[in-house]
Design a protein around this ligand. Sequence first.
Ligand code: F6R
Ligand code: MG
Ligand code: MG
Length: 366
Amino acid sequence: MRITLSVIKADIGGYVGHSESHPDILALAEEHMAKAKANGLLIDFHVTKCGDDLQLIMTHQHGEGNKEIHKLAWDTFINGTELAKKLKLYGAGQDLLSDAFSGNVKGMGPGVAEMEIEERKSEPIVIFMADKTSSGAWNMPLYKMFADPFNTIGLVIAPGLHTGFGFEVHDVKEHRKITLNTPEEAYDLLVFIGAPSRYATKAVYSREAKEIAAVSSTQRLSLIAGRYVGKDDPVCIVRCQGMFPAVGEVLDPFSLPHLVEGWMRGSHHGPFMPVAVEDSTPSRFDGPPRVIALGFQLADGKLVGPRDMFADKSFDNARQQANDIADYMRRHGPFEPHRLPLDEMEYTTMPQIAKRLAGRFQHLAD
Ligand code: F6R
Ligand code: MG
Ligand code: MG
């Protein structure tokens, strides 16, 4: 059975500040989704949040980029924004960059990750959702899941995985893409994805089965809008087991709270903290950046679940380490490398200050 899994998300208002989503907004989204399920547009759905981002997880049979599905998400965000305005939530409608829907939410602000698949006999999937960071945050975990045998022993000893995986990498600044195959092009791949502010992994494919294994959202709101409107707070769908990494191999990369860009004012490096959904409430210096993971079994498109995968105690050390790293990084205050390099800063007064002080700079004698 061919099933499309669409995850479409947007920050349409924060509660309080940028730290959380309001329960009334989630309830309203739930109503919209339930109606769409009742009238047959959706097979199933799950509404959740990660920090201040509203997450719509939908299954259907209309393929990727479908106008009706995207319109459903868009209308949900628009109606949610009206409610957010009534509640005077913070930054109501912040990710909706356009007033008029034109057939597809891509480029309009919301983040989108979609995959159309032939549902296997058993189809375990994990959906990762992040707050206070950008899409390059998935590069290291995806590399570990699909290309690093120190993380995924299946690459060494499971026949379906041994052939390796293809990584589709997007250059988010120049709007170009390249596919590189691991293991033989792993070093070439790392040249690019090791620079996550510019190169983001859009999708991963099984070379053996020629099947999609993972897909992420790569919208960069700041580049779409041409001015700061928030980090993209990306999502990523990963298929697990059989010809793909096992659930445990997919989750293990997050035991390292690696440094990602985002956090306060989208302008800092901070540890990526794996948390349960209820703990996706970035409050300390608007962070540190969070990631949640919901696991589902697909059953003819029905979303059986979710299981809150990072609620597991085995991620306690990662959270502790993330807090320790957060302490250490925060002590750098406004200094790099806690603060992002100047050209990556989303909120910067640098141009105004440089202009004001231009006349006071004097050339150094050689
Ligand atoms: C980061 C983020 C927050 C805001 C900060 C200032 O992605 O959303 O850290 O940048 O709270 O927000 P404003 O400028 O809306 O007061
Ligand atoms: Mg916000
Ligand atoms: Mg957010």
